[in-house]
Write a new protein. Structure first.
Length: 351
């Protein structure tokens, strides 16, 4: 008998799930998001919406949905994205809490499946899922999965396993897929540390949970994650400064207990991620009209370490090819043609 069947038979005596949604000018997508949540097979849930002083029709659209499970909390002024996420943690109630995004779509059995994992594993602090990628119009354009080769015990993953995997694959956690035990949010996490880790504060949050608890990860695409050119993450992809990701990684690498978990392969993976970041920044610098600085960032693209990375992974090969292309454009002084070609490549690859 499934959880959804029990909902009806037991009069919703199953654990209360709190869905928090931080919103700001989400009029185009919030209705679809809410409908996907309100039509979950898991019935014992409440929805708290923390609106960050939207100036479009977001609130009007929400208020037109007549469902007693929805409670709207309005910020009188825009407090910033991080503070609004922190308010969601403050609003959390029940046994489990998920902070979902106002532009994503959640498959009907997502909450049910996540609750089942957490109920079956009392030691787990959170559970994540895979996701389909959709564009602004809702068309499927790809997917995000747990990288292959990551091993688990009883379907759970510990800090060492996941930190090593992040060093190899970068941040693969899908922020709006996670469900967390409410007491973990309230008693241990309490707030995002954006003042330290900026746009990568979510990765720090997951690692903080992992330091205290194993996590579950459902290898199923239980949500649709929207990629938009208007998102903050899209602006981050155009950056020329070192990625905020390294603020988090360097913070943990500075801890003796963490470094004791690592071997030479892990440290190589870190160097390769750093080179990838520099090549992507070099690409952005060339596109924005700074070829000299771009050339300097890709200084070691012909190094033995870079060539080794080519044979180790497809990512290493792509970084090498892109780095060589940037340096070739600089040497040949192909500024206009180079900017157009690099911009197109980034658009196609959504990098």
């Amino acid at each position: 008998m499934g959880i959804s069947e029990n909902n009806a038979r037991e009069g919703c005596t199953l654990p209360l799930v709190c869905i928090c949604i931080p919103t700001y000018n989400a009029a185009v997508t919030v209705h679809e998001t809410l409908q996907s949540i309100l039509h979950q097979t898991y019935l014992n849930l409440v929805v708290h919406i923390s609106d960050n002083a939207s100036t479009d029709e977001t609130l009007q659209i929400i208020e037109e949905i007549k469902d007693s499970r929805i409670t709207v909390h309005r910020n009188l002024e825009n407090v910033g994205g991080e503070a609004n996420f922190n308010r969601c943690i403050q609003l959390a109630e029940g046994k489990y809490t998920a902070i979902f995004h106002a532009d994503d779509v959640y498959e009907p059995d997502m909450v049910e499946r996540q609750v089942a994992v957490l109920e079956a594993h009392s030691e787990a602090g959170a559970v994540f899922t895979d996701a389909s990628l959709i564009d602004e119009r809702g068309n499927r354009i790809g997917e995000i999965r747990l990288p292959k080769g990551i091993t688990s015990q009883n379907g759970l993953y510990d800090f060492s396993t996941m930190f090593k995997a992040v060093l190899r694959h970068s941040n693969f956690f899908i922020c709006p897929s996670v469900m967390v035990r409410t007491k973990v949010y309230k008693q241990e996490i309490k707030c995002w540390r954006g003042e330290l880790f900026k746009s990568s504060a979510d990765l720090d949050l997951w690692l903080r949970i992992l330091r205290q608890h194993p996590i579950g990860y459902l290898p199923e695409r239980l949500m649709r994650y929207r990629i938009s050119d208007h998102q903050w993450s899209a602006r981050v992809r155009l950056g020329t400064e070192r990625a905020d990701f390294f603020l988090v990684i360097d913070h943990y690498l500075a801890q003796e207990q963490v470094r004791a978990l690592l071997d030479a392969t892990d440290l190589n993976n870190y160097r390769w991620l750093d080179r990838r970041d520099r090549v992507m920044r070099a690409t952005n610098l060339f596109i924005t009209g700074f070829p000299k600085q771009a050339n300097e960032l890709a200084h070691d693209i012909f190094s033995r370490d870079a060539l080794t990375a080519v044979y180790k992974s497809k990512r290493g090969a792509m970084v090498f090819i892109l780095g060589v292309f940037v340096k070739l454009l600089v040497v040949m002084n192909l500024n206009s043609l180079g900017r157009a070609s690099l911009a197109y490549m980034k658009h196609v690859a959504r990098k």
